[in-house]
Design a protein around this ligand. Structure first.
Ligand code: PLP
Length: 286
């Protein structure tokens, strides 16, 4: 079935969903994005994604294309028009399509480009990988210095996934100055005893919406959380490891650079956090 895609105010069949070749998203990766999960036809953490979108736009001096309520309306309309039960809604805003390619930003007369589309993933909350855990390799983090802005410059994370695939692993954790920054498209955590350890927020990592929710739920459940840097060696030596993102929720990591983490199977804390996250997020879904 062909999807219905939102492009600049219109809902169109995907074959008709096009943007200009002069679009700065295409020419300069001058755009930002969000991915919001849908479970049971409802949006998970919509508010968090809307707030981060605004933060990304502000950081790049881009105007908000519409209100949060208008964005929510489009998300809901896409769920309905595409009969989406479980999956994701991808949203991208670029600085638009000026007449010529130019490094300087165009003036306010150039409208942003706004595109949203759905990706169906039936049963995504029951992903088999959550039962077995995933493996990661470490790679150097050579991305730019504003990783807190969710831009569409995703070439290196894509290369990281390909490096992982070539090594027979599921994903890669990036390392800078000896410490893990984050996964290619997720935040990274280790567990020691009952303590959950994850890198603190800065311009070095994306401020994950799932990260914020999971740490809140962990603290509410009286679990200890320590926001600090950790190394690959410390992670290999930890009792557990896991990642979080909007599309994987909480996913156990059972192998790092070929070394088993803990027993080499999903750990108690990661499993519990996944349950809590899914339960609470479904309750709060809109
Ligand atoms: N870190 C990076 C680099 C990401 O690309 C993502 C998600 O795409 C995340 C972390 C997790 O963020 P969220 O939980 O908001 O999906």
């Amino acid at each position: 079935m062909s999807r219905i895609v939102y492009v600049n105010g219109d809902y169109v069949p995907e074959a008709d969903a096009t943007v200009s070749v002069f679009d700065r998203g295409f020419l300069m990766a001058d755009g930002v994005y969000e991915v919001t999960s849908v479970l049971g036809g409802k949006l998970i953490d919509f508010d968090g994604h809307a707030v981060r979108l605004k933060r990304s736009l502000d950081a790049l001096d881009m105007a908000e294309p519409m209100s949060k309520d208008a964005l929510l309306e489009i998300h809901r309309e896409l769920v309905i028009r595409n009969d989406l039960t479980d999956g994701m809604i991808y949203l991208q805003v670029t600085r638009g399509a000026p007449a010529d390619r130019d490094f300087a930003f165009p003036g306010p007369d150039v409208a942003p480009t706004v595109v949203l589309f759905t990706q169906s993933k039936p049963g995504m909350a029951e992903a088999p990988a959550a039962k077995t855990g995933i493996s990661v390799i470490s790679i150097p983090d050579i991305r730019w210095g504003r990783r807190d802005i969710k831009t569409v410059q995703l070439l290196y994370p894509s290369m990281g996934k390909m490096m992982a695939k070539a090594a027979g692993a599921d994903d890669a954790w990036m390392v800078e100055d000896g410490f893990v920054t984050e996964g290619t498209s997720n935040n990274a955590y280790i567990v020691k005893g009952d303590k959950i350890i994850t890198r603190g927020l800065s311009t070095d990592i994306l401020h994950g919406i799932t990260r914020a929710a999971v740490l809140r739920f962990a603290r509410e459940a009286q679990m200890q959380v320590e926001e600090r840097n950790f190394t690959i060696e410390e992670a290999q030596d930890a009792d557990e490891a896991f990642i979080t993102s909007a599309s994987t929720f909480v996913m156990p990591v059972v192998e790092i650079d070929g070394a088993a983490v803990g027993a080499g199977t999903p750990g108690r804390v990661a499993k519990r956090l996944r349950e809590i996250y899914l339960e609470e997020s479904r309750k709060a879904a809109v």
